[in-house]
Design a protein around this ligand. Structure first.
Ligand SMILES: [Fe+2]
Length: 173
């Protein structure tokens, strides 16, 4: 079976992202340009099988849909209440929410502790982008439905194993 039939909408999205990353933009500009593309394409994406779409009782699940040297496309499935650790990222990121509500808490690293510097609720259709530094956050699905979001990272996560640069275990004050 061809990938295109398994991951509807992905081929067009990948081609569009490659056109953006080929322009050699900096991290923040690339993230914002890819976020704009995601905003246009989000409704065309149906990237997971019903089984993948169901998520896991063990925690949120990331599916690498596409990876190449300069970017990766990852679908994340979150059951209600599932969340990430506090973390930052190896590269810029753009993401769009297809279902669920991704509640994001942002932190600043003060050396021996973290301080909370902001919160955002990302709902279906919402798209955002960011780039390191200053990208420490925790994300939680606060809705009662299974959440699905598509993330584009400016690195090959199949090589690095993850988009995470560091997990923060510091107290929040
Ligand atoms: Fe993240």
């Amino acid at each position: 079976m061809e990938l295109a039939t398994v991951r509807p909408g992905l081929d067009d999205l990948v081609a569009g992202i490659a056109a953006i990353t080929g322009r050699g933009l900096g991290g923040r500009a690339a993230a914002h340009a890819v976020a704009g593309l995601l905003r246009e394409r989000l409704h065309t994406l149906d990237p997971l099988t019903p089984q993948e779409r169901a998520g896991s009782p063990e925690g949120y699940v990331s599916h690498i849909l596409h990876a190449q040297e300069d970017f990766s496309v990852v679908a994340v499935v979150w059951r209600p209440g599932q969340e990430t650790a506090v973390h930052d990222h190896l590269a810029w990121c753009a993401f769009g929410v297809i279902s669920g509500i991704e509640h994001e808490t942002l932190y600043r690293d003060m050396g021996d502790h973290l301080v909370e510097i902001g919160r955002a609720d990302n709902r279906p259709g919402d798209v955002s982008g960011f780039a390191p530094p200053g990208d420490i956050h925790r994300v939680r699905n606060i809705s009662a439905e299974v959440g699905l979001s598509v993330h584009v990272y400016g690195t090959d996560v199949s090589r690095s194993g993850s988009s995470v640069r560091r997990v923060y275990d510091l107290p929040v004050r």
